[in-house]
Design a protein around this ligand. Structure first.
Ligand SMILES: Cc1ncc(COP(=O)(O)O)c(C=O)c1O
Length: 455
């Protein structure tokens, strides 16, 4: 099925390269492609009726989406919460972008191929998955940078307060970035970290910004975005939500939750590839008040006027910083073609089935493993973690047998469940191999105990 999508012409009509970068959502709901250019019906895609059929079938057909990923034979991939696998169409998409666009158009590709519009075009496609308003998400930079940018802007909206509140389960990079920012602002600023379960009690009127990661990277525990945002607003606190483990994992409703800022990455559940760019969301009601602390030229109202004074661009454009990574965005665009075809509620329902099955089977067959994720699926993201004293070695033994998860210090074995390409038989197979490793102590060999650079 993906072949139908792959063979779409890149160079078409008016010398513009367009076809391959237009997402299927654009086909289902008329709109713009990643490049912010013409909708598919305007650019004459071939075989649109066949593509629409593929898209319709895939709304409920996870075996169709599975066939769109390149998964090595014999591997059960339970690490899409860390790095998603390769969409089969991404290689062709990137090669075409390089040959037909960069190779042929050279610098004119910024206009002809619409490279400059890709950060907001892709932002809108991600926005659909996280309940963001059209035009409120832009792609670029890395997540750590976007955290800094969001927290800096959020702090400026609350100039009389000096405290950023977070929790000690947050991803360290978020805490490091906030701490680095606050140190450069001055000694009166404070990063306050509390236990995740006590966050609500610490949302007080001296807090400027609440910075939380919605789904805990280690345990998968979900913070209640709606309730905490409401409480924050009632206390005059601005919110920054990190969706690294939410986007593509669980339905998110930024608009419905009245969130202020959100950030996330595209290399995990969204499958944009290693080093794929991050995204940032700003609530449209704040657009005019948000001053971008990372005031790069592409966030300027008129970058090619080359004014010496910075004037922020309109809306979400102001959160752009510098030159966007076009090759990486081409790969992300191929991944988003798959996302465009699925419904997040269906993904969530399937993900719960998979995680429930995994927990039940592991607890029945793997003595010594202790569930480190919430037992209630409503409180859990799309990952399951188990504590095991020899978790690192056990994970290495598992990977050696084709079941890929990962390990988070000190003792957490982490497994991601991604219905786009993981099904029940993968879960059964993974547990069978894990049980063999645990029951027969197959992890207990020196080679599995050597710590590698990336765990
Ligand atoms: C919750 C969270 N925040 C921030 C980061 C850092 O992202 P990056 O390396 O893209 O800056 C990660 C990376 O995994 C993460 O999981």
């Amino acid at each position: 099925m993906s072949l139908l999508i792959d063979v779409l012409p890149l160079s078409d009509l008016d010398g513009k390269s367009a076809g391959c970068r237009i997402g299927l959502s654009s086909m289902l709901t008329p709109g713009k492609g990643d490049n912010g250019q013409a909708a598919p019906d305007q650019i004459g895609l071939r075989q649109p009726e066949i593509i629409a059929d593929v898209a319709r079938a895939a709304m409920t057909n996870f075996s169709a989406t599975k066939s769109m990923f390149q998964l090595p034979q014999g591997v059960v991939y339970l690490d899409g919460n860390s790095l998603g696998p390769l969409p089969k169409s991404a290689g062709t998409r990137v090669a075409e972008m390089m040959q037909d666009e960069w190779g042929q158009m050279l610098i004119t590709g910024w206009n002809k191929a619409g490279w400059m519009g890709m950060p907001t075009g892709l932002g809108d496609r991600i926005g659909r998955l996280i309940g963001a308003e059209t035009g409120s998400v832009v792609v670029g930079d890395t997540l750590s940078i976007k955290v800094y940018q969001a927290v800096a802007s959020a702090l400026e909206l609350n100039p009389t307060r000096k405290v950023v509140l977070s929790d000690n389960g947050n991803f360290p990079s978020d805490l490091y970035m906030a701490d680095g920012l606050l140190r450069s602002l001055g000694p009166e600023y404070e990063l306050r970290t509390v236990d995740p379960e006590n966050v609500a009690d610490h949302i007080t009127e001296d807090v400027a910004v609440l910075m939380l990661t919605e789904v805990d990277y280690r345990s998968g525990r979900i913070h209640d975005m709606k309730a905490l945002t409401e409480l924050a607003h009632a206390n005059g606190v601005v919110t920054v939500w990190d969706l690294a483990h939410s986007a593509g994992a669980i339905p998110v409703d930024l608009s419905g939750c009245n969130a202020d800022f959100a950030v996330g990455c595209t290399y995990k559940y969204l499958n944009g590839g290693p080093g794929a760019p991050a995204f940032i969301y700003v609530a449209p009601r704040l657009f005019d008040r948000v001053r971008p602390a990372l005031s790069g030229w592409l966030g300027h109202e008129s970058p090619f006027a080359f004014d010496l004074d910075y004037r922020p661009g309109a809306g979400i454009e102001r959160m752009r910083v510098g030159t966007p990574p076009v090759i990486q965005m081409a790969a992300l665009s191929a991944a988003m073609d798959i996302w465009d075809m699925v419904d997040m509620n269906e993904v969530r329902a399937k993900s719960i089935e998979l995680t429930e099955l995994f927990i039940t089977r592991v607890e029945a067959t793997c003595p010594g493993l202790e569930l480190a994720s919430p037992r209630d699926p409503a409180q859990r993201g799309s990952q399951v973690s188990f504590r095991f004293a020899e978790g690192y070695a056990a994970m290495q033994a598992l990977i050696a047998r084709g079941v890929i998860g990962d390990f988070r210090a000190p003792d957490v074995m982490r497994f991601g469940f991604t219905p786009l390409y993981v099904d029940e038989s993968d879960v059964e197979q993974a547990v069978e191999i894990l049980a063999d490793i645990i029951v027969n102590k197959l992890w207990d060999t020196p080679e599995y105990k050597i710590r590698q650079r990336v765990t």
